[in-house]
Design a protein around this ligand. Structure first.
Ligand code: BG6
Length: 493
């Protein structure tokens, strides 16, 4: 058994990390545009301004915080003399022809990108869309199809229009459901001939850990986070309903951040910790892909005094219009314990303890050679729906050699192990897998740290952490390796 002949090999990006052109052709500000750059040892910040006093400042971007993202009475804002990586990013906006050609040279069958919502509805709640923003994506999709590349489009990838954050507290307000569904219907109607595969919310479960990132939620109290997640679930169901009515060929997937969790010891208390912590993630796919709120979450809401602003028809929609497939990001595993601290390890917005069996990169993320087989089996057993790995890869401070090459053998090694594990899940275990898109296929800004230095791509982009560089594209060694992998449909890694 091998990968299907129509297996969708490719790469993934997100508008706010890749496009730049943050105010070009009528684009409005998004939440990403007020986030500064950070690094491994210091967080990104959200800058703000008090509209009455003019006072300005910056607040650390917070994960898993109950605090407000910016102080009361202030609004997230772009300040003079601050550097914002999303403003230029790696300028896909002006390089898309060259970039898509490079993807075609690698043999991509698919390209995952997100639409910048505020390019289309600059304030999120506008009566009319910005035609210039739509025209940009007309060109991008035409370019993809020139090379028979199927676009996979995320509707919302950490780039909520900033006005929605300021005026409505982002997704915590039910009105945002209507704004999103209007946007989704507009773009699905316009592009359904070009785009068959859609994703609603990137890493929807980040709502628990980074509500400003995941949904423009400034006041991220537990109540607001629960409400914002509920609103996104309803918006997802309405999008599935609308998409199927517009064109039955369309498939709308969920996108989950998923890292298998391991117990550090054989102590049952550690196994229980793993199970409970997994529920915090799987709750999101239980609802959006499974179609129902699980009891463990409803009981938790009751214990915590959380009351959703819901309607009986919400639950009918969730059950009737679950996601057609489940896509997920997976970079490595996390290890947890109830025992004394074993030394911190970092991860894809999740932390745990250091696993003595695994190597880590310079940002502390563990590389796990079995991770994709474990992840794919877990998710397939639970939902029995087609899966799609839409993010996987390794961030590395690649070095350009004097002869303008990047010898990224560490990336090839990481990908070889991961793709082997993915192949075992498909060929040995029979998991139904639609495709694989390596994250950040052309270098782009890191979401977690805002750095350029943390590079994922098969293609190097000449740009540094403070905005210097020619933006020139240079294929890395891994570019040629991936080209071969796609050509032999993953039979020889
Ligand atoms: C995922 C996000 O969490 O991981 C991407 O969907 C992100 O937007 C990617 O870039 C890698 O994380 P980071 O922090 O290294 O950019």
């Amino acid at each position: 058994m091998a990968f299907k002949t129509n297996f969708l090999w490719g790469g993934a990006t997100a508008a706010n990390q890749f496009e730049g052109a943050y105010l070009t052709d009528g684009k409005g500000l998004s939440t990403a545009d007020v986030m500064t750059a950070g690094a491994y040892d210091h967080p990104r910040q959200v800058t703000w301004k008090n509209p009455t006093t003019g006072e300005t400042g910056a607040t650390d971007f917070g994960f898993a915080t109950d605090k407000r993202q910016v102080p009361v009475g202030t609004n997230p804002a772009v300040l003079d003399n601050e550097y914002y990586p999303s403003h230029t990013a790696t300028d896909f906006y002006h390089h898309y022809v060259e970039d898509i050609k490079l993807m075609a040279e690698m043999g991509f069958k698919t390209f995952r990108l997100s639409l910048n919502w505020s390019r289309i509805f600059p304030n999120g709640d506008d009566a009319e869309p910005n035609e210039a923003g739509l025209v940009f994506y007309d060109h991008v999709f035409a370019e993809c199809h020139k090379y028979h590349i199927e676009p996979l489009v995320t509707l919302s990838h950490y780039e909520t229009p900033l006005n929605l954050a300021i005026k409505y507290n982002g997704w915590a307000d039910r009105q945002v459901i209507d704004f999103f569904v209007k946007y989704a219907k507009l773009v699905i109607n316009r592009y359904h001939d070009q785009v068959k595969y859609w994703l609603t919310f990137n890493e929807i479960n980040l709502m628990d850990m980074g509500p400003f990132l995941a949904g423009g939620v400034i006041d991220g109290s537990p109540q607001n986070r629960a409400q914002a997640a509920h609103n996104q679930f309803v918006a997802s169901a309405l999008t599935v309903q609308a998409a199927h009515a517009i064109d039955p060929k369309i498939q709308v997937g969920q996108m989950l951040a998923y890292s298998p969790l391991y117990a550090y010891t054989a102590d049952p208390a550690d196994q229980l910790k793993v199970q409970l912590q997994q529920q915090a993630t799987l709750f999101y796919s239980d609802v959006q892909t499974g179609g129902h709120y699980p009891n463990y979450r409803l009981n938790q809401y009751a214990r915590d005094g959380i009351k959703l602003d819901d309607r009986p028809e919400d639950y009918d929609l969730l059950a009737k219009y679950p996601a057609d497939f489940l896509s997920f990001s997976c970079y490595g595993s996390n290890t947890v314990t109830t025992h004394e601290d074993k030394g911190d390890a970092a991860g894809n917005f999740m932390t745990g303890v250091k696993n003595p069996y695994l190597e880590t990169n310079a940002w502390g993320w563990a590389t796990d050679p079995d991770v994709l087989r474990i992840a794919l089996n877990t998710l397939f057993d639970r939902y029995h729906k087609p899966l799609w790995i839409v993010e996987n890869g390794i961030g590395w401070a690649d070095e350009l050699t004097a002869d303008q090459k990047i010898h990224d053998d560490y990336r090839i090694k990481y990908l070889q192990a991961n793709l082997n594990s993915m192949r075992d899940a498909v060929t040995i275990d029979g998991v139904d897998l639609m495709g694989y898109t390596m994250w950040g296929c052309i270098d782009l800004v890191s979401a977690g740290t805002g750095e350029m230095k943390k590079r994922y791509g098969f293609v190097y982009v000449d740009r540094d952490d403070i905005g210097n560089g020619s933006l020139k594209r240079i294929p890395k060694d891994s570019f040629y390796w991936y080209q071969k992998v796609i050509a032999n449909n993953g039979s020889d890694l």
